[in-house]
Design a protein around this ligand. Sequence first.
Ligand SMILES: [Zn+2]
Length: 346
Amino acid sequence: MSNDLSRAETFLAIDIGGSKLLTALVSRRAAAQPRLWGVAHRPLSRDCGREGVLAAIESAVAETLRDTGAEIGELLGIGALIPGLADPQKGMWVYAPFSGIGDFPIAKILKERYGKPVAVENDVNACAWAEKIFGACKDVDYFLWITVSNGIGGGLVLGGKVYPGPFGGAAEIGHVKIVENGAKCGCGGRGCLEAEAAGPAIARRFAQWLEARADSATLRRVADYRKKEGLPDDARLDAKRIAELARAGDPLAKEVFDTSGHYIGRAAAMAANIVNPERIVVGGGVSGAFDLLEPEMTRTFYDQLFGSVNKTLKIVKTGLGYEAGLYAAASLLCDARGAFRQDLLR
Ligand SMILES: [Zn+2]
């Protein structure tokens, strides 16, 4: 293990996604930002099953240890993110709709394999917790975490603990009905925040507006952009590309982000009026466009917030960046004060 690593507290992080798996060591020293070491990727196929997941973990962890020169015995413990439902108390991967994997005692298996304490949690709750341990909420105990990517999810930390709800469905802000009889949502409802504001909604709205009411300047800009990027003439642009057009000054692309920002701000104000949190954090892939969402999001938010009991409340961008999942996995090994969880050793 390198000197830098051996002087720090070091955790093994495993981020199990739907289509890929990442492993890394997360190290931290007092008063310093945590760091990632030896990030390894493996693809996961939808039908890989438990054996495929375990084989990918084994091979990625071996690469992480080889690249960092670390021994498993030097690490404090292992944190794993589950895509779907998890039971952190029992260390179970309960069910993932994407792969069909369920009833999987993954913590027990990893503990037997590596001889280290293991903590597991679903990805959304873990990302919320990671803001407390490593990110933008170290100094507060009551906050709402909102992830905006292909969908919209939420995590709630109350009194310095993740609040999952008695049925594991707390903070499902993506399914707040934000538009009466609006777009159809994956949940079967209509007009959900997720269906109206997430990445696919940004792409859909831009494509519709481009056809219905774009002026010649926007049409020319989009045509030039497609050409520059080597895309077909009729290619539908995703949220990331629309963000590039918005930053380059296209008013229609900006308006699409204004609309998503408006809906997110509205849902955030409803949530804040119920929960009275100290902070709201926005993460996930689309939070890369936080600067574009922010103006309309905060305007709507403060307009609809019950301000007299939420005087200092702010919506801020995630402090975790693109590698949030790995920090989230490592954060599962820490208590609310940020210390290693001694209960995992029992
Ligand atoms: Zn929905």
